[in-house]
Design a protein around this ligand. Structure first.
Ligand code: SAH
Length: 276
């Protein structure tokens, strides 16, 4: 049997023969860069990186991804930190509109998927209102890739028939604030984005709604990057253990029994940490 080499299996003529969209001047492409590992970029995003005139990127987009852009590209940082006022979001949308009106090929690059807690929806609405043509390129979201890279299946038929993706940076008291009791009643695991700042409050709400203090929790920090670290603990101990280990953002917090499957998978899972 012939062993496949990287030349025969990766890229090559078949890939080049696929019809890749042309990035036209005056368009904005709203793209997801995935959670960090450049191997998780989609081919559409790689195609976009090879054509963009300017990339407006967020704090969670990794340098390894930006280095794949064409050399003449202009890089513009538009990072926001959690909790800042939404006026800043408006400025970013206005900047995208301004750049598109200058007939640039504008790649708006966000961490993960642009429409998952990424304000991509708001930006798309702003562009549509301004009459700017845009394309959305989905990305691999941190909540799912983070679990996978931590050897935690998001679902299995034996553990759970669904998962709930939620953000910890919800606006308390408004019509969209989270009803933790309702979430708990579904008995589905919770995958929490932006959960570190309010972790004490969120863990407290879950416990107050009857979740077992012994329920398994994983905190996956810097998922899919060489700095990835995974803490496995319980709901009762998660606040103390994350503080003790000095874990911060960005982290995905997985709350549910499926976290326990990791122990059986880790010894044989080839991961960033075990690769040479
Ligand atoms: N659109 C992004 C999410 C943006 S919200 C996506 O689909 O992934 C920002 C939050 O995403 C962070 O607070 C963190 O909870 C999560 N996140 C993004 N990248 C991450 C990474 N590499 N490791 C762990 N969490 C990450």
């Amino acid at each position: 049997m012939t062993q496949a080499t990287s030349e025969t299996t990766f890229g090559g003529a078949a890939l080049a023969a696929l019809c890749w969209p042309r990035f036209h001047p005056g368009e904005v492409w709203l793209a997801g860069a995935g959670p960090g590992d450049p191997g998780l970029l989609t081919l559409h995003v790689v195609n976009a990186l090879s054509q963009a005139d300017i990339i407006v990127y967020d704090a969670l987009v990794h340098d390894a991804v930006l280095r794949l852009a064409r050399p003449e590209v202009v890089l513009e940082f538009a990072g926001k930190r959690g909790g800042r006022p939404s006026a800043i979001q408006r400025d970013i949308t206005e900047r995208l509109i301004e750049l598109a009106r200058q007939r640039r090929r504008v790649l708006r690059l966000k961490g993960g998927d642009p429409f998952v807690f990424g304000r991509g929806g708001e930006e798309a609405l702003g562009l549509a209102t301004a009459g700017i043509s845009f394309r959305v390129l989905p990305g691999v979201t941190a909540g799912l890739a983070g679990l996978a890279y931590a050897s935690i299946p998001a679902t299995t038929r034996d553990t759970n028939h669904g998962v709930i993706l939620v953000t910890g940076q919800y606006a308390a008291g408004n019509q969209h604030s989270l009803d933790w009791g309702a979430l708990v009643r579904t008995q589905l695991p919770i995958i929490l984005y932006m959960g570190m700042r309010r972790l004490p409050e969120i863990a407290g709400s879950l416990l107050a709604n009857g979740v077992s203090p012994e329920l398994s929790v994983a905190v996956i920090c810097n998922a899919t990057t060489p700095q990835q670290c995974v803490l496995v603990t319980t709901l009762a101990r998660v606040v103390r253990d994350t503080a003790a280990q000095g874990l911060g953002s960005p982290s995905i917090i997985a709350i549910g029994e499926m976290v326990k499957l990791r122990a059986a998978l880790v010894p044989f899972a080839i991961t960033l940490a075990t690769e040479p």
